[in-house]
Design a protein around this ligand. Structure first.
Ligand code: ADP
Length: 177
């Protein structure tokens, strides 16, 4: 995102964020309640660079953001080096998990790889501001929230694609470029 590129359009975060209406829903992790196997399946079934972590599927309240590569490394490490970890072991992003039953296999604690304050905007935030913040903070992605619920994600590539589309569509920008 070059600083020289202007973003003069009236677009809002909601116009650029994913998923689109026709897309599958956002792939999220819950802070507790998922097993090692379930998280591994999500990783295998998707190629996203990261996953928002929410309190629960029902609330969609944002807790943080975890990078795919950190997740992969931590799960591999736990499988290899943490005693007793199996497919049905719980994965916990909370600092202290819910009380586990004494017979449950040990949980994999991943609080340490969770970014607890990922950058967020609302659906109404003008893209002009989003682009400015991406540049200034060197962001790779930001999350889009409405009324406390996680609705979507915007990556740097999403913004670049959107800028290219706008440049093609807007007759003025074609005339003056
Ligand atoms: P990039 O945009 O650099 O290719 P990703 O591979 O992470 O980065 O994302 C690919 C596309 O999927 C983007 O359009 C992005 O908005 C979207 N996306 C990213 N993460 C998720 C996710 N966890 N769930 C659903 N869509 C996502």
């Amino acid at each position: 995102l070059e600083a020289k590129e202007e973003f003069p359009h009236k677009t809002l975060a909601t116009d650029v964020m994913r998923p689109r209406q026709s897309d599958p829903p956002l792939s999220v992790l819950t802070q507790s309640g998922m097993s090692v196997e379930e998280v591994e399946r999500l990783i295998a079934d998707t190629t996203y660079s990261g996953f928002p972590v929410v309190i629960s599927q029902q609330s969609q309240r944002l807790v943080g953001f975890v990078l795919r590569r950190d997740l992969v490394i931590s799960l591999e490490n736990a499988r290899r080096h943490q005693e007793g970890v199996v497919s049905v072991s719980a994965v916990l992003f909370t600092e202290c998990g819910p009380p586990a039953s004494p017979s449950a296999p040990p949980a994999v604690k991943l609080h340490n790889i969770l970014d607890l304050s990922p950058f967020t905007v609302t659906v109404h935030t003008p893209m002009e501001i989003v682009v400015d913040i991406f540049r200034k903070l060197g962001l790779r992605q930001c999350l889009v929230i409405q009324n406390g619920r996680l609705l979507g994600i915007i990556t740097k590539k999403d913004i670049l694609k959107h800028m290219a589309q706008m440049a093609n569509r807007d007759p003025e920008s074609i005339l003056f470029n």
